[in-house]
Design a protein around this ligand. Structure first.
Ligand code: SAM
Ligand code: GLN
Length: 283
């Protein structure tokens, strides 16, 4: 089989189906699903594709044409220094969240031992922190039992043993450990409910709604979280640009014990809300 011919045939099919940038999608698919690198396709040397691989490719193409995200079809996503199994039980971890984790590690890896990741999904945030700060204990929670199952599998696959998984909402599952937890991180659902239908098909049709829907103003999670948050923690939250002002207002009104700093992501959007105990800021 000549890979370039197969590639071109699929590219045409994807283009006709209205899929954007089919070339990079297909290069990815050939590399990750069939282990055929880009140069092998371009050189168009004769290669053997087994009937099993051929079936795998056909099924992947069908799923992609239906609008399923490539990462679910491949089944894996690289997130900083780990590989995560991903499927429809969890949100596909985003590059913005990698930036959030980098901030946490940069600020805290020397000073802190006890971390909590609220709404862990695939386990992305908790597992990278646990791997990078091996002496730490990371509590990872989620309201979705099926997400937690996958996160536990991801800990096993990556050989990471210092994460404790707990089921439940907001800070409730970590009540008993809250005193010793120093850093709380969360990438909660923050999309306004009426904007969900505008998201790309890959997101709105395939990713879990419980991971995305932040209520009518995108603020549902933050409101309850800030009610339950005890004083004295370092907190890193991912936010939507349009929730920045409401969050500032909420902290100003109800959490005078915290200083809030909003930071922008690589695209220039306000994306990170960092809360520091006031006592530590004014020192
Ligand atoms: N932390 C992962 C990441 O960054 O890729 C997943 C983030 S996803 C946007 C939000 C996660 O929070 C979902 O897994 C969802 O099930 C969970 N979740 C939603 N509401 C929650 C709540 N009230 N308490 C705990 N987890 C919640
Ligand atoms: N960043 C995700 C998106 O735009 C949303 C994740 C979230 O709600 N935390 O699809």
């Amino acid at each position: 089989m000549k890979p370039l011919e197969l590639f071109k045939e699929l590219e045409k099919k994807f283009r006709e189906a209205g899929i954007e940038s089919p070339r990079s999608l297909l290069f990815h698919l050939f590399r990750d699903l069939l282990e055929i690198p880009e140069n092998k396709i371009l050189l168009n040397e004769e290669i053997y594709i087994s009937p099993t691989e051929s079936e795998k490719l056909a099924s992947a193409v069908e799923r992609l044409l239906a609008g399923e995200p490539l990462d679910y079809v491949i089944g894996w996503k690289k997130f900083l220094n780990i590989y995560l199994k991903v499927d429809r039980r969890v949100l596909i971890p985003r590059p913005e969240t990698e930036e959030l984790v980098e901030k946490v590690i940069k600020d805290c890896h020397k000073k802190c031992c006890f971390f909590a990741d609220i709404g862990t999904g695939s386990g992305a945030i908790a597992l990278v922190i646990a791997k990078t700060v091996p002496d730490s204990i990371v509590y990872a929670t989620d309201v979705s039992k099926e997400a937690l199952e996958l996160a536990i599998e991801n800990a096993r696959i990556n050989g990471i043993k210092n994460v404790r998984f707990l089921w439940g909402e907001y800070l409730l599952p970590i009540q008993a450990m809250l005193d010793k937890i120093e850093v709380i991180i969360s990438n909660p659902p923050y999309i306004k409910s009426n904007l969900i239908s505008n998201l790309e098909i890959q997101v709105r049709k395939y990713e879990p709604l419980v991971a995305l829907d932040g209520g009518s103003d995108g603020m549902d999670f933050y409101r309850e979280f800030l009610k339950q948050l005890p004083s004295g923690k370092k907190v890193y939250l991912e936010i939507a640009d349009y929730t920045a002002e409401s969050l500032e207002e909420l902290v100003k009104q109800h959490r005078k014990d915290y200083h809030l700093c909003i930071e922008r992501d690589m695209y220039g959007f306000r994306r990170y809300a960092i809360l520091t105990p006031v006592a530590l800021v004014s020192r």
